[in-house]
Design a binder for this molecule. Structure first.
Ligand code: SAM
Length: 259
């Protein structure tokens, strides 16, 4: 299903994106932020908790009758400090957390032991997922994939589609064009991608979406069940919080069912 974001070739996997993992590592400011625990949150984000309640807590609820009925395997893509990996592991799911940052993976590894929880952790770039086709019932990814160009994001969507089983659910967030950092810093692609010149995410590319663009990003592979805004008065609510007068976080939450 082609649309204004995807060509037929791209839907078939012929996506022109940056394959250089070194660049991802070099530009991943979150890796540096995770050198300190002040940027690591432990409670699940509200939208993940709401997603769990609505889509997973009641196994008899099958959205549009098209979702997998018995969710077992969950992929937390870009797990960071692991808060959603712990959340789903504690609930008894078979969880895989993946992230490019060794600091994030090592922290999560230690924390799993401390909490007496089990999960598989994999260090990998989001554009090259080392998982089987249809391996996961559910993939979640919060505040991760928009830290890249549109072409890289398409490659991530392609990989998530490949590794999420038919009828499986994908819950993802992307930056919205209502966020305070939209159009701040260096413009890489007009009205789309920007590199902030200050703040904790300085130097890290961000791609921003309208609701329609956000839906179009998943549409070739996922039936769109929901698109809504999640807005936060600061980047993070731990001690490392940025000034709420200067920062307003706004993300689209997109929930899709694998076609
Ligand atoms: C803002 S943090 C979000 C962490 C977690 N999802 C949460 O909600 O707490 C972004 C995460 O994306 C990861 N990340 C950034 N670029 C990545 C890439 N190219 N491949 C895999 N992970 C990446 C970072 O290492 C970081 O852990």
């Amino acid at each position: 299903m082609e649309n204004f974001l995807w060509t037929k070739d791209e839907i078939e996997g012929k996506i022109d994106y940056n394959h250089n993992v070194e660049d991802f590592v070099k530009n991943n400011t979150w890796h540096n932020l995770f050198a300190s625990t002040k940027w690591i949150l432990s409670n699940p984000a509200e939208e993940i908790y709401d997603f769990y309640k609505e889509y997973m807590a009641n196994p008899s609820r099958q959205i549009l009758n098209r979702t997998v009925s018995n969710v077992q395997k969950i992929h937390d893509l870009g797990c960071g400090g692991g808060r959603h990996t712990y959340f789903f592991s504690e609930l008894g799911y078979d969880v895989t957390g993946s992230d490019l940052s060794t600091n994030a993976i090592e922290y999560t590894e230690q924390e799993l032991v401390r909490r007496n929880l089990k999960a598989r952790l994999v260090k990998c770039p989001m554009t090259e997922l080392p998982f089987e086709d249809g391996e996961f019932d559910v993939t979640i990814s919060r505040a991760v994939i928009n830290h890249s160009t549109l072409q890289e994001m398409k490659r991530v969507i392609f990989e998530v589609a490949r590794t999420t089983k038919k009828g499986g659910i994908f819950m993802v967030t992307v930056s919205s064009d209502r966020a305070s950092d939209f159009r701040r810093g260096t413009e890489v692609v007009k009205d789309l991608s920007y590199i902030p010149a200050s703040g904790p995410e300085e130097g890290l590319i961000h791609t921003f979406f309208t609701g329609a663009n956000a839906a179009a990003l998943l549409e070739p592979f996922f039936i769109i069940d929901k698109v809504f805004l999640a807005e936060h008065p600061s980047l993070i609510t731990a001690d490392g919080c940025t000034d709420p007068d200067e920062y307003f976080g706004s993300e689209y939450v997109i929930i899709g069912i694998r076609r």
